[in-house]
Design a protein around this ligand. Sequence first.
Ligand code: SF4
Length: 146
Amino acid sequence: MPEENLKPWYDKGLRFECQRCGNCCRTHGDYSNVYMVDLEVARIAGYLGLEEEEFRRRYCARDQGWTVIRSEHPACPFLTDEGTCGVYPVRPMQCRTWPFWEENLRREVWEESVVPTCPGIGKGPLHPAEEVERIARENEDWYQEQ
Ligand code: SF4
């Protein structure tokens, strides 16, 4: 097989710069759930000045064995009116690594789901393929290792 065919479709890198629209923090079908490991639950609870139990009661749900931010609202409860994240310094890994998730790097997912959701795609600095894949791996490893 020619070497060209072995390269990922994003081999020349992907441009992305957050435009602070808050759209990825609103519910989008499969993208509704924000997963948290126990360490993240503890960090966010501490940041909000809540006991972990109270934080879980107010903001968390369970989904297939995972703790998730409750998504019965049309948006993440921590999305501010200005479109920023109210727990930004302690936001979960999933939020830190958007949009470079392994599942998003399938071309059809990128084009059909990610691009229409995120106006930051195609803007700002070019992220080389190695960096994109490093971020995707970091996200995968974080949740697998917990
Ligand atoms: S959808 Fe994209 S541009 Fe909008 S807040 Fe999320 S990452 Fe930023």
